[in-house]
Design a protein around this ligand. Structure first.
Ligand SMILES: Nc1nc2c(c(=O)[nH]1)N[C@H]1C(S)=C(S)[C@@H](COP(=O)(O)OP(=O)(O)OC[C@H]3O[C@@H](n4cnc5c(=O)[nH]c(N)nc54)[C@H](O)[C@@H]3O)O[C@H]1N2
Ligand SMILES: Nc1nc2c(c(=O)[nH]1)N[C@H]1C(S)=C(S)[C@@H](COP(=O)(O)OP(=O)(O)OC[C@H]3O[C@@H](n4cnc5c(=O)[nH]c(N)nc54)[C@H](O)[C@@H]3O)O[C@H]1N2
Ligand code: SF4
Ligand SMILES: [Mo]
Length: 871
């Protein structure tokens, strides 16, 4: 196959990929990455394949034809709308849909069914930034572009673990700083993250204190004559009110520093740098958005930029970076329940009339719909009787996730469109629809800097999977809207959407894709990445003209948050977010064993002092409880945590561990303006759990019902399915009979029992002597070489009974520690040896052992190892 250009399915950096289906490289001419890829992007081919894919439509668990399944969805939605009105149905969609999918989903719900009950997982992600943009600029527009990060003199990264969540953006900043060491980087984050590695200054602010921090900045700028008075007078409104609100906390920098939990020197250094660097970019992400006052936190940042005239200028902008590959595209087409389409508003009569006219519909929704958390509350109360979930996993990613699960279980009709066959949300579905996944589907995505790129197919559809836009339009036709949904090809949808953006222009908005409205199918095929507004400056608002009625930007007066006193019952603040090598609920990254090498089990990171204080053990287990739920994961000591806080990844689901869904713990506390949940600040209690036994189990079968298990896929396939490596732990006594039941049927057995030490080992072999399952249980974790064992499943090698029972090769080499560089599979001890032999820079380590020389994602860890060995 000749190679094609497409866009990475993961984060909102939106890197270009070139692939022939067997190999893959970064696309050198894509403006986002210029040829670079991070570890997730470069391993994406390993996550493809038919294994565990949803291949056919299913109704109530039984295979159905497409015709039957589509009729069933359309009939159920039609009936409920007819009996209970349009607001009794809802769609819950995702920033992982393509623009074409998103556009037709929104057009169907808002335009024809006549309800605005369509919301998206972007509610959990970007909705506070959307509010901040709309309040300040009059439109949800990110003013800057990636190049700004390279030409800035000061880059502030707040609430963003860029090194792990937006690795190529991070690498671009790192390269710019290397070329211009005088460039400064400030990281604002309560914990010391891999991103801090690049920082000249880390402000380890107390959680939730970003408004006082940025209000303090506004006051400082005023006190130090660092405001751009001309810009404020000519291009903005509301400055005086914002400043006087900011001044309410006074200008005693000692007092503010202690309130924020940082040193006064660090605080004033940050303020001084901001005051003196005209070229400043402030990147903000979930640490800002996912808070009870996320919208105000965004506006407090934007206020500081407006006050210094630093918006949309080269190297000077606030910069909210998006998470998902098409989070931005979804915001454009109107995927949020309180947006119409193309940045227009539902409750604005003129906008409403214009869109109704364009779509030729009399049914266009007149009121904002339910936002994500409220939408699932309405499912729970029975007000919403049918919900169609596409490309998102709310049973894992919404707050109070157990309640969401129960609500879906009790709901009349739950339709789920997904690519995979098993998932926590899919388990609640009445109707499951198989969707094309990345590499199969075709359409457009928009990245963080408004760059619109193609995702192109290069592998055939598995089973009967279909494009999301096709599924939606087929249902629309069956609901009686054939005329409005007659598309034959995704390109027609994109052209219609592009034409619709003319209305945005008519109402003074910047969103503009009209140049693509007449595009032919061939031009669509050969589309090259372009930023909107198409054929215009890549930056917006640099001329001081904004999308508000009077053309002026607006300051927002941001009140400091009420500080809640921590109760004794839940004394620790639980933060949550991403780790380097996993993507969300792991439906894709969870298929590649290599991506577990970095962190293989669900964990909670705590400061060593808290580990001592709560009598936990590093590497042991911790039970977390909150007002709404509980979890059981491993303890990870991390001196970079603020004492009194903990961090838990959001990735583990019931598919990957027994009880490690962080959102089972998170209560639904929302920002009042955006409805975005405060995922980062959950009060919890932590307590030690000491299992009576520990174990390893390799099997392709489902895990046993024990107190703790966590799985990692072994990169080997058996006929029955992929072998999984389980780490087990439990409280209850085990009988031989139980152990037997955990193992599959086998032709031959190897066994070792030592009841005196509580140590049991079992290996199951097929008739040819090939290993099919392996188990070891002990009072402490049985010693074995799990990587070597994994290789025994893959290789055609003869199995040596003694080695197999021992779980390690007869000529076992030394333990080389955890994998640090996932690309080249280089382990910690190998790197430490290189350092001991004199490698004193990241480059030198790379020359010695290749670590860090491919995607560069592990460079922060390499620097960490260099730093510890220097000590
Ligand atoms: N590897 C990987 N990359 C991803 C994703 C993934 O799943 N895996 N998902 C993508 C998506 S959808 C998104 S939205 C982005 C998210 O990208 P990020 O927002 O960078 O990621 P998070 O880990 O959610 O949180 C960022 C940081 O906010 C900090 N934080 C917590 N509370 C506060 C606070 O009160 N103030 C401040 N200033 N900071 C705070 C956290 O400690 C954390 O380090 O990542 C995208 N990229
Ligand atoms: N505690 C806590 N919770 C969080 C966050 C946090 O930081 N902390 N972050 C929040 C954020 S920012 C986000 S974005 C969400 C993400 O959370 P989710 O959106 O729930 O997570 P994903 O795993 O990305 O779910 C995507 C689903 O769509 C499927 N899929 C992939 N591609 C396609 C496709 O093309 N079509 C269809 N039909 N299906 C597809 C996948 O198999 C998967 O089941 O989580 C939010 N929840
Ligand atoms: S930075 Fe994001 S878009 Fe780029 S390769 Fe990595 S995951 Fe993909
Ligand atoms: Mo996100």
């Amino acid at each position: 196959m000749s190679s094609i250009c497409t866009t990475c399915p993961y984060c909102g950096v939106g890197c270009g990929i070139r692939t022939d289906g067997n190999t893959l490289q970064g696309d050198e001419i894509h403006p986002a990455n210029g040829g670079r890829l991070c570890v997730k992007g470069s391993s994406v081919l390993e996550t493809l394949g038919d294994q565990d894919r949803l291949l056919y439509p299913e109704i109530e668990g039984l295979r159905a034809s497409w015709n039957h399944a589509l009729d069933e969805v359309a009939n159920r939605f039609r009936r409920i709308v007819d009996e209970h009105g349009p607001d009794a149905v809802a769609f819950y969609v995702s920033g992982q849909l393509l623009t074409e999918d998103y556009y037709v989903a929104n057009k169907l719900m808002k335009g024809y069914i006549g309800s605005a009950n369509i919301d998206t997982n972007s509610r959990l992600c970007m909705s506070s930034a959307v509010v901040a943009h709309k309040r300040a600029f009059g439109e949800d527009v990110v003013p800057g572009c990636y190049e700004d990060l390279e030409i800035a003199d000061l880059v502030i990264l707040t609430g963003s673990n860029t090194a792990w969540a937006h690795p190529i953006v991070y690498q671009r900043i790192a390269a710019a700083k290397q070329a211009r060491p005088e460039m400064k980087v400030v990281v604002i984050d309560p914990r010391r993250t891999a991103t801090c590695d690049l920082a000249d200054l880390h402000i380890a602010v107390r959680p939730g204190q970003d408004v006082p921090l940025f209000n303090g900045l506004l006051t400082w700028l005023d006190d130090h004559n660092a405001l751009d008075g001309e810009y404020i007078a000519a291009h903005t409104n509301g400055f005086d009110a914002a400043l006087s609100t900011a001044r309410e906390q006074g200008n005693d920098w000692d007092a503010l520093a202690s309130q924020l939990g940082v040193s006064k020197v660090d605080l004033t250094t940050f303020y001084h740098w901001f005051a003196t660097c005209d070229k400043t970019v402030t990147v903000f992400s979930q640490g800002v958005n996912q808070a009870r006052n996320g919208s105000d936190q965004g506006n407090a940042i934007i206020n500081a930029h407006l006050a210094t005239g630093r918006v949309g200028k080269p190297g000077a902008s606030p910069f909210s970076i998006t998470g998902q590959p098409n989070a931005m595209g979804g915001r454009e087409v109107g995927g949020l329940a309180n947006q119409l389409a193309v940045h227009l508003d539902i409750d604005n009569q003129e906008h409403h009339a214009a869109v109704a006219d364009f779509w030729q519909t009399e049914n266009l929704a007149r009121e904002n719909g339910l936002t994500a958390v409220d939408l699932f509350n309405a499912v729970e109360s029975g007000q919403v009787k049918a919900v169609w979930i596409m490309a998102t996993n709310p049973v894992d990613s919404l707050p109070e996730a157990d309640r969401v699960r129960h609500a879906l279980m009790a709901c009349d009709t739950v339709v789920v469109s997904d690519c995979v066959a098993s998932g926590d949300t899919l388990a609640c579905a009445d109707i499951r629809l198989p969707a094309l996944g990345w590499g199969e589907k075709s359409g457009m995505v928009t990245n963080s800097e408004r760059c619109v790129s193609r995702q192109r197919p290069f592998v055939p559809a598995p089973g009967e999977a279909k494009a999301d836009w096709w599924i939606i339009t087929e249902v629309a036709r069956r609901m009686g809207y054939a005329d409005a949904f007659g598309y034959q090809h995704e390109h027609e949808i994109f052209a219609e959407y592009s034409a619709l953006t003319a209305l945005a222009g008519r109402f003074g908005k910047r969103l503009d894709l009209t140049a693509a409205a007449e595009m032919s199918a061939d031009q669509y095929e050969s589309w090259e990445p372009q930023q909107w507004p198409l054929q215009a400056d890549p930056r917006c608002f640099g001329d001081g003209q904004f999308a508000t009625p009077d053309g002026r930007a607006r300051f927002v007066a941001c009140k400091n948050p009420v500080v809640h006193k921590m109760g004794d019952a839940y004394p620790v603040i639980l933060n949550s977010g991403r780790i380097r090598d996993q993507w969300h609920t792991m439906t894709r990254t969870g298929r590649a064993g290599r991506l577990f090498a970095h962190l293989s089990e669900p964990f909670t990171a705590l400061h060593p002092k808290d580990i001592e204080r709560y009598r936990l053990t590093d590497g042991g287990f911790v039970r977390l409880t909150s007002k709404v739920g509980d979890a059981l994961v491993r303890v990870k000591s991390d001196a970079g945590q603020r004492p009194g806080t903990a961090f838990m990844p959001m990735h583990w689901t019931d598919q990957f561990s027994r009880r490690a869904r962080v959102d089972a713990l998170v209560p639904a506390r929302l920002d009042p303006h955006s409805g975005q949940p405060a995922f980062k600040h959950t009060p919890v209690n932590v307590s030690d759990w000491q299992p009576r036994w520990h174990g390893w189990l390799f099997t392709a079968a489902t895990p046993p019902a024990v107190e703790y298990w966590a799985r990692v896929p072994v990169d080997a396939f058996l006929q029955a399915g992929q072998v999984q490596r389980y780490r087990l732990a439990g409280d209850a006594d085990l009988t031989e009979q139980q152990l037997h039941e955990w193992m599959p049927e086998a032709a031959q057995w190897l066994a070792l029992n030592d009841p005196s030490t509580g140590h049991f080992r079992r290996a199951a072999l097929d008739a040819d002597g090939k290993l099919i399952a392996w188990l070891a249980i002990g009072e402490s974790l049985p010693l074995c070489d799990v990587e070597w064992l994994a290789s025994c499943f893959a290789d055609e090698q003869d199995v040596q009974p003694l080695s197999i029972l021992a779980g390690q090769p007869a000529d076992a080499g030394p333990d080389l520690g955890p994998v640090i560089c996932s690309c080249h599979q280089v382990r910690q001890k190998t790197i430490e040896a290189a350092v001991e032999e004199g490698a004193d820079t990241v480059e030198a380590i790379g020359q010695c052992c290749k670590a860090g020389t491919n995607c560069g994602s592990c460079i922060p860890e390499l620097k960490g190892l260099l730093a510890t060995s220097a000590v």
